[in-house]
Design a protein around this ligand. Structure first.
Ligand code: GLY
Length: 329
């Protein structure tokens, strides 16, 4: 099944069998593969079978390598191998690989084509969709980046068979988030993994197409991320797990502000049960200082995504106002 998100064609398949057909559809000139050391260790045979004569550039795996040095490493290798303006980068990997490769594609020769083959659930449902790409710098996540869409994305849950359990759970954290950004309960009802991925992508499609440059509606995709980012940084846990914790913290804050979110909490519990997920349950009050240090703080005012009556909206507050309102809670 194919779906188009803005200018990207996304193919959902049960396995790898249609990968070459999918790539051939784009009538590419020469292409260069970029992957990371973890993916290459498991899939080097497949990669050489799928992309027979193409040069493969392998970067070190891990968020700590999502930086400008890796961008330059890739560019230097691509140039050494003779990449031209008409050529294409094919990124095979998770969110780190896709974020870096999208950024490289956006700046090399002022923009060349790229195609994504996500290998983690998180990159299938989130990182590769919608053209946000970039790298971390000066202890800030995604602070150098661009909006640049891939031509195509080939999604198959076949890759998830080799994904560590905690990475799968991290991807499901983002899926839980999507369940609150849609007006129906399809994600709760759906059991088939490929359909869960498709449904998540469809929800993200709505926000990306409505607000590609992230100045309004797309901010709702940050539901759970305000406290989530703080937890991710401080506790060193995986992104989607942090989002899952972040959603619970938002519900606790909303409840302390007197909002009735009992139905939303019930959906959250049902989703945790359905996907066999667990949260530690951090106290949001311990992270208020952190969230106001985040890059999303404009002139001391923070936009926090709240959900009420299953609809997202932005709750705007300063640190002082927030402390005042929760003082006796
Ligand atoms: N991951 C959030 C966004 O793409 O806007």
């Amino acid at each position: 099944m194919e779906l188009v998100v803005k200018d990207t064609v996304i193919d959902f398949e049960d396995n790898y069998l249609n990968l070459n057909n999918f790539i051939n559809k784009f009538n590419l000139n020469k292409y260069f593969i970029v992957t990371d050391s973890n993916v290459y260790k498991i899939y080097h045979n497949e990669i050489s079978k799928w992309f027979k004569d193409s040069k493969v550039i392998v970067i070190d795996a891990g968020e700590e390598n999502k930086n400008i040095d890796t961008v330059l490493y890739i560019i230097n290798n691509l140039l050494k191998e003779g990449i031209t303006r008409g050529d294409t980068i094919i990124a095979v990997g998770g969110g780190v690989v896709s974020d870096i490769c999208g950024f490289v594609a956006s700046i090399l020769y002022r923009g060349i084509k790229h195609i994504m083959i996500p290998t983690t659930l998180l990159s299938m449902v989130d990182a590769t969709i919608g053209g946000k790409c970039g790298v971390d710098h000066a202890e800030r996540k995604n602070i150098i980046g661009s909006f640049y869409e891939p031509k195509g994305i080939y999604i198959t849950p076949k890759f998830l068979e080799t994904l560590p359990k905690e990475e799968l759970e991290s991807g499901l954290g983002e899926v839980v988030k999507y369940a609150f950004l849609d007006n129906n309960f399809k994600l709760l009802e759906e059991d088939n993994l490929i359909n869960i991925i498709k449904e998540s992508v469809l929800i993200k499609k709505y926000y990306v197409e409505a607000d590609f440059k992230d100045t309004g509606l797309r901010m709702y995709l940050n539901f759970g991320h305000t406290f989530g980012h703080a937890i991710e940084l401080k506790k060193g846990i995986l992104h989607g797990q942090a989002v899952l914790e972040g959603i619970k913290m938002i519900f606790d804050l909303e409840a302390d502000l007197g909002l009735d979110i009992s139905r939303e909490k019930a959906l959250y519990e049902a989703l945790l049960k359905k996907f066999d997920l667990a949260v530690k349950g951090y106290n949001y009050k311990d992270y208020i200082e952190d969230i106001f240090n985040d890059k999303k703080n404009f002139n001391g005012i923070l936009n926090i995504v709240f959900i009420k009556d299953f609809k997202p909206y932005l709750y705007k507050t300063t640190k002082g106002e927030l402390y005042d309102k929760i003082r006796n809670k």
